[in-house]
Design a protein around this ligand. Sequence first.
Ligand SMILES: NC(=O)C1=CN([C@@H]2O[C@H](COP(=O)(O)OP(=O)(O)OC[C@H]3O[C@@H](n4cnc5c(N)ncnc54)[C@H](O)[C@@H]3O)[C@@H](O)[C@H]2O)C=CC1
Ligand SMILES: O=C(CO)COP(=O)(O)O
Length: 327
Amino acid sequence: ALASARSDALIWARDPEQARAINQQHLNPRYLPGIDLPPALRATSDFDAALAHVLDGPDPADRLIVLGVPMAGLADVCRRIAQALPALGPDAAPVHLLWTCKGISPDTHEWPHQIVAQALPDRPWLRTGVLSGPSFAREVAQGLPVALTVAGRDPDTTRAAQAAFHGTRARIYGTRDVMGVEVGGALKNVMAIACGISDGLRLGTNARAALITRGLAEIQRLGVALGGQADTFIGLAGLGDLVLTATGELSRNRQVGVAIGQGRTLEDILAGGMTAEGVRCARAAQALGRRHGLDLPITDAVCGVLFDGVAPTQAVAALLARDPRDE
Ligand SMILES: NC(=O)C1=CN([C@@H]2O[C@H](COP(=O)(O)OP(=O)(O)OC[C@H]3O[C@@H](n4cnc5c(N)ncnc54)[C@H](O)[C@@H]3O)[C@@H](O)[C@H]2O)C=CC1
Ligand SMILES: O=C(CO)COP(=O)(O)O
């Protein structure tokens, strides 16, 4: 998206072969087969060179890094940044660092902003935020319109992200609710697995609408308990991404659910190395819910099916048999 409007967008790819394909053929055959990338987009597999590109740009007000790695790689990439970034003085122009990760650390139950803060402490010039919302990568790469949310505690960071993407086909809304945006992004993946299971079982569109709506209530319950703002969950990073992922055929989390509903095993589905963040974060969401004394019945049902050998039909029956309650 950035490279569609400006000539200085640079991708760091750890695989030199991917960087070469992007530079020479304007293609990313592994992740975006069949899509022509903007010729202005350049790539490097040299991490230090990528950071130098950010720091040495002509406009110090325009230093932006977007980390597009899965949760499993976030701490590692932040540590590499910590090692490679020079120590800038307190008066240095800010470097804005955004991440796109949607999830919770399965071991420590940390959120992305906590992982970033731990890996990159004591750098007042480093301003951070999360870029989230309904955005299948393939459609963005095709140049189709997309609206996203950027959340950062410092308004300069949201403004920097909005300015950087302005003039592209991506429209960016700002908020300061980092926790709410991260909870929305992580939990919608769990709900997309639930909707996929329901659709794989051919339970119909009424059931899917029920799961989306009650799933949103569950996401909001956890998010507010953790300090998020209630209205964030009816915005792009909540309802918007939930609807996209729970219904869109491009969603990998939804695809995992559909395959499970059709009788395949989780091990078999994930054997190709597909990133489906909802699988890795469902247990952590369940644990956080329990810690806060919250009822998260759909998350519990997804965990039961994924990890505890509960048959999908049995999980559906258990959800329907819960005591009646007010909406
Ligand atoms: N793919 C999509 O449509 C969207 C993905 N996201 C989120 O963004 C994050 C990244 O997603 P994807 O790009 O789909 O993931 P992906 O699995 O396709 O990986 C993206 C890139 O990260 C690299 N990578 C993986 N682990 C790494 C590590 N330890 N160090 C360095 N590079 C590493 C991969 O080689 C790949 O180039 C996820 O948390 C996902 O939920 C958010 C919005 C849309
Ligand atoms: O987060 C996404 C869209 O906003 C991508 O969803 P999946 O990870 O399920 O493919």
